[in-house]
Design a binder for this molecule. Structure first.
Ligand code: NMX
Ligand code: MLT
Length: 437
């Protein structure tokens, strides 16, 4: 069975050749106009990044190397005794563009489990942080501190050829993906279950199986399966989202993958991005507190208008690219649809009822270009059902997942020798001068 490194060794030359051909034959081809609205409107829709692992269609949603979510669900390997995609299988697909065999997936699981132990200095750092420090702040710090042992940084200092950069970037990326569950679980246990020991990494378990064990929920098979699906689906969302883009930008300076991903986590920690899943739950629980469990559509409508009229956004709705309901949201709701205990949960029922009302209200409100739910509208509420109720922690789980795609691109950026990212900025005076010419 091939290792992930051996699989990539075979693919890198062809990808390099593809890039060379694009450069040689189409460097001057025009992909769109740059308008003033792009400079002042968050570059929305501007085609300006290379990102191979996934592409987001506004109406269809995400495809990972061309595979839709249902296609991934039917083709990617599950855990023994499980049905949901495991992180290793998604990582293999993202990195290589190929669906791994079961043997390749299991081998990657084992490789990650072997790399999963944290260095002592990171454990000590996390244990000394105030437990009241936001879990995302802690996660970024733990990840950045892993760069103490960065293979990329050490090799760069030694002086290696540019064509070899990617192998060290891969080494660090696999290490980071493998160690994220132990960092994330330690943060959870320190803050919410102090004084209780963390489970050891089981070499026969997949990454998420180990993560759930370390969190202390290992006996809950249904939650483990939910988190497998959650972590596979949040793995990549093309390149322009704020966290992936941050990782790409920092990585382009040849900062090592640990530093690049620590930066990405702090972008993910904003309420318009990953933190929205925490905000959704807060918002839904406020709705419940105010209106009780026997909600009607009219009650929810009223609550939505109250939120909008107070100048706040409705968390979990809207998107920078999507113009339909996020298929990740749909996949998470489908997970609930097959489990009566989830369907009976009042918070999950509230999420579903909100979905029946919110698009029409947001359309009437008339501001957002996308009145439909994104993945955050459902993800945290299911965790709440399973007893993982500390919603400040939710974005950490997103952070464990997004590493799959962000680090994949860092490996490929080094394999393809992409340059430092440095777009041109303009002052308002300079824009005025240009448009008046
Ligand atoms: N509720 C109320 N207003 C909204 C919403 C919403 N859910 N979404 C967008 N708008 C407003 C937006 O604030 C903007 O107002 P203004 O002109 O006053 O600045 C206007 O509608 C146009 O925004 P769009 O172009 O539709 O959205 P944009 O691409 O700028 O932003 C989001 C995308 C996702 C940041 C935005 O829809 C939002 O804030 N949603 C709520 C937060 C959220 O769910 N974020 C999670 C995204 C997914 N993730 O995991 O990262
Ligand atoms: C994501 O998964 O990154 C979010 O849906 C935000 C985005 O794609 O812009």
């Amino acid at each position: 069975t091939k290792t992930i490194k051996e699989a990539l060794d075979e693919i890198v030359p062809a990808k390099r050749a593809q890039l060379q051909a694009l450069k040689a034959e189409h460097s001057q081809a025009v992909l769109g106009d740059v308008k003033v609205e792009h400079l002042i409107g968050g570059m929305r829709g501007l085609k300006s990044m290379l990102w191979d692992a996934s592409v987001l269609d506004p109406n269809e949603g995400i495809r990972f190397h061309g595979l839709s979510i249902p296609e991934c669900q039917s083709q990617l390997t599950a855990a023994p005794g499980g049905k949901e995609i495991i992180a290793e299988s998604m990582l293999w697909l993202l990195l290589t563009g190929k669906v791994p065999t079961e043997a390749e997936t299991r081998q990657l699981s084992q490789e990650l489990a072997e790399r999963g132990q944290l260095p002592k200095h990171v454990e000590k750092l996390l244990d000394e942080l105030p437990t009241t420090l936001h879990p995302m702040t802690q996660l970024g710090m733990g990840v950045a501190a892993l760069n103490h042992d960065s293979a990329f940084q050490a090799a760069y200092e030694r002086g290696i050829k540019k064509t070899e950069y990617w192998t060290y970037a891969l080494e660090d990326s696999l290490d980071l993906i493998a160690k994220l569950p132990a960092i994330a679980a330690r943060i959870y246990r320190n803050a919410y279950r102090p004084g209780t020991p963390l489970a050891d990494i089981n070499k026969d378990l997949d990454l998420v199986g180990n993560y759930v064990n370390m969190l202390g929920f290992g006996d809950n098979h249904s939650l483990t399966e939910y988190l497998r699906l959650y972590i596979a689906l949040h793995g990549d969302h093309e390149g322009g989202n704020a966290s992936a883009h941050t990782a790409h930008l920092i990585g382009s300076t040849l900062a090592d993958p640990f530093l690049a991903y620590a930066g990405a986590l702090y972008a993910l920690a904003g309420p318009l991005h990953g933190l929205a899943n925490q905000e959704v739950l807060r918002w839904q629980l406020n709705m419940r507190k105010e209106l009780g469990d026997n909600l009607t559509h009219d009650h929810i409508k009223e609550f939505l208008w109250k939120t909008l009229k107070s100048g706040q956004v409705v968390p979990g709705y809207g998107h920078g690219v999507l113009r339909k309901s996020d298929p990740r949201f749909t996949a998470l709701l489908q997970f609930c649809d097959t489990r009566p205990e989830l369907l009976a949960d009042p918070v999950i029922q509230m999420v579903k009822k909100t979905y029946e009302v919110a698009p029409a209200v947001l359309k009437e409100h008339g501001k957002t270009k996308n009145p439909y739910p994104n993945v955050d509208a459902a993800s945290g509420c299911v965790l709440y059902h399973y007893g993982l109720k500390e919603f400040k922690y939710y974005t950490v789980i997103f952070g464990v997942s997004r590493a799959l795609g962000a680090l994949t691109q860092i490996v490929w950026a080094r394999a393809l020798g992409l340059p430092i990212e440095r777009p041109k900025s303009l002052s308002m005076d300079a824009i005025e001068k240009l448009v008046k010419q």
